[in-house]
Design a protein. Structure first.
Length: 168
């Protein structure tokens, strides 16, 4: 059941990222075209900023879920297995704390901006900060999941043998 929910969340996040990319491309293109015709639509700039924030967050969420963020483990991989596990645990606890802090700060920003309306769009500025809450929650949950995984594993996850400095 939980695997299905996680899988569904991943699919929804991927779909939302695709929609955001297409919307951002359309919005920026519309802004460029109308500007070149001498009749700019001023709302395209503000909407593109909102879309860029949401796109960045969905990218962060997808990269976190797929474990494809840039991560250089060169020095960590030089450690003996117990020290490697301890360092991995500290990293994942720090990631969890970071996620909690981002979520909490995002909630405060959403609350502070609920009554502010965007300059050219009829929406609240809190929508600019709302994705921080999602990103923080996903980062915290992912950090807990990875920390539990690090505790359960006997050996660290091996890198491909052809390049010890591979970016994870």
């Amino acid at each position: 059941m939980l695997r299905r929910l996680v899988g569904a969340f991943d699919k929804v996040a991927a779909f939302a990222a695709c929609v955001a990319v297409v919307a951002l491309l359309g919005c920026v293109s519309l802004g460029v075209i109308t500007r070149s015709m001498g009749e700019p639509l001023i709302w395209t700039d503000e909407l593109s900023r909102f879309l860029m924030v949401w796109l960045a967050v969905f990218g962060w969420v997808l990269a976190s879920r797929k474990r494809i963020h840039v991560r250089i483990r060169f020095f960590q991989d030089l450690l003996p297995p117990r020290a490697h596990k301890a360092v991995e645990l500290v990293i994942q606890i720090a990631l969890t704390l970071f996620g909690v802090l981002v979520c909490a700060y995002g909630l405060s920003l959403v609350a502070k901006n609920l009554d502010l309306e965007a300059t050219t769009l009829p929406i609240s500025m809190s929508w600019m900060y709302a994705p921080m809450v999602l990103a923080g929650m996903v980062a915290a949950v992912q950090g807990v999941r990875e920390a539990v995984g690090a505790l359960k594993r006997e050996k660290p996850i091996a890198l491909p043998s052809h390049d010890k400095a591979t970016v994870e």
